[in-house]
Design a binder for this molecule. Sequence first.
Ligand code: HEM
Length: 138
Amino acid sequence: MMLVDPQKLKDNFALVAVNGVDVAEYFYADLFAREPQLRSLFPAGMSKQHEVLLGALSEIVSTVDDQDELVPFLRDLGRRHHDFGVLDEHYAPVGASLIATLAYFTGPGWTEDLERDWRAAYGLVAKVMSDAATELVS
Ligand code: HEM
């Protein structure tokens, strides 16, 4: 997990998160424009989803340097996503929308370094979640 500087991610997430629910709205609009077929996996009304996404991201970011907390949280989240019908290949577009959202709300402070660190962190998150989901079916 230590490929990235956790403090940099925490600082950047704190900066983005002051925009509250706008962040989640932007994220889902970007995701459903990118991959319209993913819309049907989600409920019609998205306001609860907006809150849970932000809550989970903030939990992940705050424990990014504590694997003992983070890994079981992500494995449980990954197993539940399997039950929601989420497949391995859905993680890439979600990652792309997450990066686009972080870049948008960071504005001119967005750097290649930040992008690389977020990609590395999301890649690990996605791997832990999808590995836990795969173990259910193997
Ligand atoms: C960093 C990765 C992700 C995080 C932090 C995250 C977070 C969450 C959270 C907190 C929930 C609420 C339910 C629960 O806690 O079990 C949820 C539900 C859901 N997520 Fe994710 N998710 C991620 C990746 C994905 C991906 C890749 C997809 C693929 C499209 C996805 C689709 C869904 C769906 C369909 C639901 C259920 C909506 C419902 O029926 O209420 N998520 N997600």
